[in-house]
Ligand binder design. Structure first.
Ligand SMILES: Cc1cc2nc3c(=O)[nH]c(=O)nc-3n(C[C@H](O)[C@H](O)[C@H](O)COP(=O)(O)OP(=O)(O)OC[C@H]3O[C@@H](n4cnc5c(N)ncnc54)[C@H](O)[C@@H]3O)c2cc1C
Length: 430
């Protein structure tokens, strides 16, 4: 079984289940996969093959399989109103449920459940409003879908950096984009949400709804984002090994800390695989030609090597990818008041550490130990460095992400979700 970690029903719609036909069918505007039948089939198939093959129905599949669970059933609502009916039913019956955008969150149980799995896959509409300079994006789309639609129009939004990541989870958690240096986080560019509240009512939420704008509670079916003009862009992926690594990360650090150019963005990744440390740089420039300077961080290469060697002794297939996201210091000046980061005057450079191993006995080997604790031990000033929601490991206390603003989140939650319906689903608990 492949493991991965970031160191950074029966009661629902009983009438629809009555036919008990295997496979998928459409009832009203909701598509249902009959998990009961699928579950037996999936288990049967899983038993007959080696662990290197994965068996999942598409709705419950995730970017890393340690985030998937076999659900009792999977529903694909087609309208916000139907989703509202489902949420009402789930709340009344206290049934655990999951909401999945594109399934890229690596925390177990955040967008998966043994209960009712809700896939947003049918919310796929994109509607451009050129006059207002906005686009409405369905909650089941990925950034790849969005770019395919907008770029031929000469337009774009502040979206994801990699193929396949969901618009939904990415935006709700903040969203660090190639364009964040210019326009802020994706969430800063949202002008409206269509939201199914925990009581099942559908509502449009804008900046005027002060509480919900600050602490959205429920399931989003549609996002309205600001658009901007898009030219061709320049990009490069560079791989460095051995002696090449030091000059490469020095140049990376230079671009990051010296040659500020808001159109530029870069991501460095320190990798460890089979005893070899590598450094990969992904460079992005929001224009057709590269900038005149090329590119910083005497950082953690030695640490990655030490951790890799240790892990490699136990599992020779272990892989580590330490991503260094590079951003400018003024990125939190774009949006209005928001819960993340707790202190917008302090720029955060969110970095994710992805560790992958095959040997299940290593699952509890302390690999998920807090990176910031290690940093503080090394003498770094990380006391007020907020964890980024979309990369924070499950179990991270809310205060480490939102500081004192958690109090207001709890008050708003009480008002909009008095019966704690959203506690039945995954994610961080209020
Ligand atoms: C390959 C890769 C690249 C990445 N690149 C970046 C990056 O460049 N910048 C960045 O900031 N982050 C990045 N991330 C992190 C990414 O933003 C998070 O993993 C995000 O949660 C993914 O969104 P999703 O919809 O695919 O995830 P899901 O796993 O489907 O959902 C994530 C969470 O959001 C909730 N959710 C999903 N849809 C809804 C909805 N409609 N309403 C309410 N809640 C919902 C789920 O319940 C779950 O708790 C990356 C992750 C991966 C794996």
């Amino acid at each position: 079984m492949l493991r991965a970690a970031f160191l950074g029903c029966a009661l629902i719609l009983p009438a629809l289940f009555a036919p008990a036909l295997p496979g998928r069918f459409v009832a009203g505007n909701v598509q249902i996969s009959l998990g009961h039948d699928c579950r037996h089939i999936c288990h049967g198939v899983s038993r007959s093959i080696s662990p290197t093959t994965q068996v999942f129905s598409p709705d419950i599949a995730h970017w890393v399989n340690s985030s998937s669970q076999i659900s009792a059933c999977s529903a694909r609502p087609g309208t916000a109103e139907d989703l509202g009916s489902i949420v009402r039913e789930l709340g009344l019956t206290r049934t655990p449920f999951a909401i999945k955008g594109s399934g890229h969150n690596a925390n177990p149980g955040f967008s998966s459940t043994p209960g009712v799995h809700i896939s947003m896959a049918r919310f796929r509409d994109i509607v451009l409003n050129e006059e207002e300079g906005t686009v409405e994006i369905g909650a089941g789309l990925t950034w790849t879908d969005v770019y395919s639609y907008l770029v031929p129009e000469g337009l774009n939004v502040v979206g994801g950096r990699m193929d396949g990541v969901g618009v939904s989870g990415f935006t709700l958690g903040g969203g660090y984009s190639w364009k964040t240096n210019q326009y802020g986080l994706t969430i800063d560019t949202v002008t409206a949400f269509e939201l199914v509240l925990p009581n099942g009512h559908v509502r449009k939420v804008t900046e005027e709804d002060e509480d919900l704008w600050f602490a959205l509670r429920g399931i989003v079916t549609k996002y309205t984002l600001k658009t901007h003009k898009q030219t061709d862009v320049w990009g490069a992926v560079l791989d460095f090994k051995g002696d090449q690594i030091e000059p490469a990360y020095t140049a990376f650090a230079r671009w990051l800390f010296v040659d500020h150019d808001h159109k530029g963005a870069q991501m460095g990744a320190i990798t460890y695989s089979k005893g070899t440390v590598g450094f990969q740089l992904v460079l992005f420039y929001d224009g057709p030609e590269p900038p005149s300077c090329l590119y910083v961080v005497k950082a953690t290469i030695d640490d990655v090597k030490t951790l890799g060697d240790k892990l490699g002794e136990k599992d020779e297939d272990a892989l580590i990818v330490f991503n260094l996201g590079a951003i400018e210091s003024d990125i939190f000046t774009h949006g209005g008041p928001s819960v993340y980061p707790p202190d917008p005057s302090r720029t955060i450079l969110p970095s994710s550490v992805f560790v992958e191993w095959n040997d299940e006995s290593l699952d509890k080997d302390g690999l998920s130990a807090s990176i910031s604790k290690a940093g503080i031990y090394d003498g770094q000033d990380l006391k007020h460095a907020a964890h980024y929601t979309n990369l924070a490991l499950y179990g991270t206390p809310l205060e480490m992400m939102y500081g004192k603003k958690v109090k207001r989140l709890r008050e708003i939650n009480k008002k909009y979700d008095p019966f704690r319906v959203m506690d039945l689903t995954g994610g961080f608990r209020l």
